[in-house]
Design a binder for this molecule. Structure first.
Ligand SMILES: [Mg+2]
Length: 191
């Protein structure tokens, strides 16, 4: 049986960045908001906040490190070690290149001995990387990226259910999941 080549996004599917970033917006600019307020692709627009404030809050939280893990991502290494999956995960992020070192540090701190390859895509395009590494299944939370992958690759997409991606429905090759437990269950069932 061919082993599945698995890829994943990082922010909001492995690290839980939004709560820290919303607290930062509150501390620095007095902007109170909750995750449920982020209902679309454009965070600034969803929260009615200036783009530079949103950018500043996101960048400062990423740059500082000490990220929180998304609860279900603790089982991600076990999925990577599953017999059905090729024993390595491609972590593909559209973070800025200056955050490569801190991202690697946080991954190594949280996932000891995880066999991963970290790829930062420029201009936010993950399509090229997914095609280059022949990734069969990709875990993502961003709606536009998911639609882009659906359109320009043959990979299967696990879309983590989040308030900001609920405007797109399930289609062939795209499944909405609650977290890594669903990903593991579906992968091991050999779907
Ligand atoms: Mg993400």
């Amino acid at each position: 049986m061919k082993k599945i080549i698995l890829g994943s996004d990082i922010d909001e599917v492995i690290f839980d960045m939004v709560p820290s970033f919303l607290s930062r917006l509150d501390e620095k600019y007095g902007i109170h908001s909750s995750i449920e307020d982020i209902v679309g692709q454009d965070i600034a627009k969803s929260l009615s906040v200036e783009e530079d404030k949103v950018y500043d809050a996101i960048m400062s939280v990423i740059g500082e490190g000490n990220y929180s893990l998304l609860t279900s991502s603790i089982i991600m290494p076990f999925i990577v070690e599953d017999h059905a999956v090729k024993n390595k995960i491609f972590l593909i992020s559209s973070r800025e290149p200056r955050f490569l070192k801190i991202t690697k540090k946080e991954l190594d701190k949280n996932f000891i001995d995880l066999n991963y390859e970290l790829i930062f895509t420029n201009a936010g395009s993950k399509v090229d990387a997914v095609n280059k590494y022949n990734i069969d299944a990709f875990v993502e939370d961003d709606a536009e990226t998911a639609l882009d992958l659906l359109d320009k690759t043959n990979c299967f997409i696990f879309l983590f259910d989040k308030p900001w991606n609920r405007y797109i429905g399930e289609v062939d090759r795209l499944l909405r999941v609650r977290g890594w437990y669903d990903v593991g269950r579906i992968m091991s069932s050999g779907k």
